[in-house]
Write a protein that binds this ligand. Structure first.
Ligand code: DC
Length: 213
């Protein structure tokens, strides 16, 4: 869910292991921002789907992250505005958009091993992986984190929309380790994740991963 720490935790874990990260929320936000600037109503599923079919995108690696560019541009700050945040849950519930994102997100493996972060990665994008985690925190802690970050947004409303949508709703996927990090610092969560990763790798007869940073 929102403010569960998934972004900061996945970035730290990837840094520890020398892997790339993929922030899939940023991909949905980029489409929401593109709709806003192209004056496409985000509540009009057909128009959003049509825009998504024809926008000019590319995947690139920059600073350890896989990024989705639109017209060669990564809208880093624009996708974090309150307008983009309000628009994103609408575009994210459209079936055609989710299908497009799924194909794009699966293409990311062309860059090698990844820490991919998002609400449906274990359940829908890479259901075949054994290495899944579902991060959560109490509603009070999540509200506190959002306010501390200066974000004024009805996070509860967005989580509700994300959880109740018909296509790939937010939920822990089968086989995911569920971690409540309400009272953990990021490094503690990453250490728990690395330990679990290595338990699962051992079960798959793979060598343990060692931190590089
Ligand atoms: O993680 P975030 O707040 O940047 O995500 C923005 C929105 O995108 C969120 O409201 C739900 C949607 N999203 C999704 O539906 N599936 C994903 N894999 C990632 C994000």
């Amino acid at each position: 869910p929102s403010a569960s720490g998934k972004g900061v935790t996945s970035r730290r874990l990837a840094q520890m292991l020398g892997l790339l990260t993929v922030d899939t929320g940023a991909m949905y936000r980029t489409l929401a921002w593109h709709c806003l600037r192209m004056k496409v109503d985000v509540n009009d599923d057909k128009k959003v789907a049509a825009l998504c079919r024809k926008w000019k995108t590319s995947l690139v690696v920059a600073d350890g992250h896989v990024r989705l560019l639109v017209d060669g541009y990564y809208p880093a700050t624009e996708i974090r505005t309150s307008e983009a945040s309000a628009a994103v849950a609408h575009v994210a519930q459209i079936r055609a958009v989710r299908d497009w994102m799924k194909a794009k997100q699966r293409e990311c493996i062309q860059f090698g091993s990844l820490v991919m972060e998002g609400r449906d990665i274990g359940s829908n994008i890479f259901p075949e992986t054994d290495y899944k985690f579902f991060l959560d925190a109490s509603p009070e802690v999540r509200k506190f984190r959002r306010e501390r970050d200066g974000v004024k947004e009805d996070v509860h409303a967005r989580d509700k929309r994300d959880s109740q949508r018909a296509h790939s709703p937010l939920m822990p996927s089968l086989g995911a380790m569920i971690i409540d990090n309400s009272h953990q610092v990021v490094q503690e969560t990453c250490d728990i994740m690395l330990e679990e990763l290595n338990v699962r790798r051992k079960a798959n007869r793979l060598a343990p991963l060692k931190p590089v940073a």
